[in-house]
Design a protein around this ligand. Structure first.
Ligand code: NAD
Length: 505
């Protein structure tokens, strides 16, 4: 299949979709124990394209039991680094050989523009290639003293529960799966119920790559049932969750009962700070791409643009003019830059923020409505609000759509204060040609990931995660290895052991 728009190609894609997506447990595609299903619709036609098995605690119990058996009795946890690395590379190959289908499925299911979905499929393979290398570099320390030597051993933690959101679902699932498998854990994945399509290809990918039976399992279904059961299952010692901050809090409460290890990648409201001395064309390109790519449904979106007052009017005008020209439409058209939002409920929620911004007195520069040529589908024109005050909801709350707020600042201190004036702290972007100031500002903005005169490009070795309400813990590189492995220390005496002789005569 190729990424060309047109009714015939689209029909070919629709014909290739599964009519039912089932759980994948212990190497078998199975229905829910109670037979429950939910309907899955697409964001453009709003039509049900398949039924999804809706799992609950009985399905989670089966999947966890399979993953536990594979962990304890199977070969996976004890494989040599080289063999595990080979399997991860084989998974990357299997993803690459399906890259077009993965991109087309993702676009159909989520409304993401196809050109961007292709990049995400490539990145998914890259996640496995990178962690295939990491397998071979997981190291253990030794600590020597005259009397004894201690050496640390890293062991996989066991069955990992991975819970993923509906935005960029395949790429995000691989971002968790690759390190989890690299560490030797076995898995139960709970994909988001709104976009399960690409995850339905994971079983054949894992089988083709030779992942042993039971190592990889999927239970579909809604979060409050399948997700909650996974979090509360006593045989799942670690949960890696990506999703909303409110869901993260619920998960933490439930996980506390079993003292589980948690990685929490949550929401964001990231600032883009543009000083008047910046490379303005680069800052403008980055601000536009940062909030309008991936339909604005992006955790690291630069959704608040803070501009030094002397540049402010000019920047707002340029941002509005460029945003108005963003090509919005059919996500499967390679020329589309902004597609359709994930669901009618999410669309209504994003639209409610447009109303809120107007009611609270922000200036709507462009967008804010459905483009006239797109009568159906969850389409919202790229939207720019200016003169946004920090007390407005659109400044404080994550909208998760193609909406950007612009606010002026007076000096460095003001910029930092505004940047930090939300409960979130995921990412931040700083544009200035005064590098001393750029570093100073970077060191004072509360965010887990900062880019200075640089665009949102990540090196997979670097720590990923947020501060404040944006998350807990870090993933990426060594951080992921630390999360999925337990370190123990073995102490060994090098000579005779002299122990105080309690109770001896
Ligand atoms: P969500 O929290 O509604 O759902 C995420 C996942 O959690 C889904 O699989 C859902 O079924 C499941 N879930 C829901 N309730 C649950 C519960 N009680 N117990 C267990 N699981 C439950 O989030 P969403 O709407 O799918 O995703 C959008 C959010 O994700 C945004 O806030 C976005 O910023 C965030 N996000 C963060 C990152 C990051 O890396 N920080 C990346 C992508 C998305």
């Amino acid at each position: 299949m190729t990424a060309v728009a047109g009714p015939a190609i689209k029909q070919q894609l629709v014909d290739s979709l599964p009519s039912a997506i089932r759980h994948y447990i212990d190497g078998e595609h199975v229905d829910s124990v109670d037979g429950a299903t939910i309907a899955v619709t697409d964001p453009v036609g709003h039509e049900q394209y398949c039924t999804l098995a809706a799992g609950g605690s009985a399905d989670i119990s089966k999947a966890v039991a399979a993953a536990r058996r594979a962990f304890v009795d199977g070969p996976w946890a004890g494989l040599s680094a080289r063999r595990r690395s080979n399997t991860l590379n084989a998974i990357a190959n299997a993803i690459e050989s399906r890259a077009d289908t993965l991109a087309e499925f993702e676009t159909f299911d989520t409304g993401l523009p196809i050109s961007q979905a292709h990049g995400l499929a490539a990145r998914a393979a890259e996640n496995f290639r990178y962690f295939a290398e990491v397998c071979g570099s997981i190291h253990e320390d030794s600590f020597r003293s005259p009397a004894q030597i201690g050496y640390s051993i890293r062991r996989p933690k066991g069955v990992a529960g991975l819970i993923t959101p509906w935005n960029v679902p395949f790429m995000l699932a691989t971002w968790k799966l690759a390190p989890c498998l690299a560490a030797g854990c076995t898995v139960v994945l709970k994909p988001a119920e709104l976009s399960p399509l690409t995850a339905s290809l994971l079983p054949e990918i894992m089988e083709e790559a030779g992942v042993p039976q039971g190592v990889f399992n999927i239970v579909h279904g809604i979060g409050e049932d399948a997700g909650a059961a996974l979090v509360s299952h006593p045989d799942v010692p670690v949960i890696s969750f990506t999703g909303e901050t409110t869901t993260g809090k619920i998960i933490m409460r439930s996980a506390a009962e079993h003292l589980k290890g948690l990685s929490m990648e949550l929401g964001g409201k990231s600032p883009v700070v543009v000083f008047a001395d910046a490379d303005v064309p680069a800052a403008l390109d980055s601000a536009l791409f940062g909030v309008f790519s991936l339909n604005g449904e992006r955790c690291t979106a630069g959704s608040r643009v803070l501009v030094e007052r002397s540049l402010y009017d000019e920047f707002v005008t340029m941002l509005g003019q460029r945003a108005a020209k963003i090509r919005i439409g059919d996500p499967s058209d390679p020329a589309t830059q902004l597609g359709a939002l994930i669901s009618t409920e999410h669309y209504a929620r994003v639209m409610s923020y447009i109303d809120s911004g107007i009611e609270e007195g922000a200036r709507l520069v462009t967008g804010g409505t459905r483009p006239p040529h797109l009568e159906t589908g969850n389409y919202l024109a790229a939207t720019v609000f200016a003169d946004v005050r920090p007390d407005m909801r659109i400044f404080q709350e994550e909208i998760f759509g193609p909406v950007v707020c612009v606010t002026p600042f007076d000096d460095e201190g003001d910029a930092i204060r505004l940047a930090n004036d939300t409960r979130y702290g995921l990412a931040a972007y700083i544009w200035t040609n005064d590098l001393r100031r750029g570093h100073r500002v970077a060191h004072r903005i509360d965010a887990g990931m900062l880019w200075l005169n640089s665009h949102n490009v990540r090196d997979l070795r670097t720590p990923f995660g947020g501060v404040k309400a944006s998350g807990l813990g870090r993933e990426g590189g060594q951080h992921s290895v630390d999360f999925y492995t337990e370190t123990s220390i073995v102490h060994v005496a090098l000579g005779d052991t002299h122990v105080p002789r309690f109770g001896a005569e």
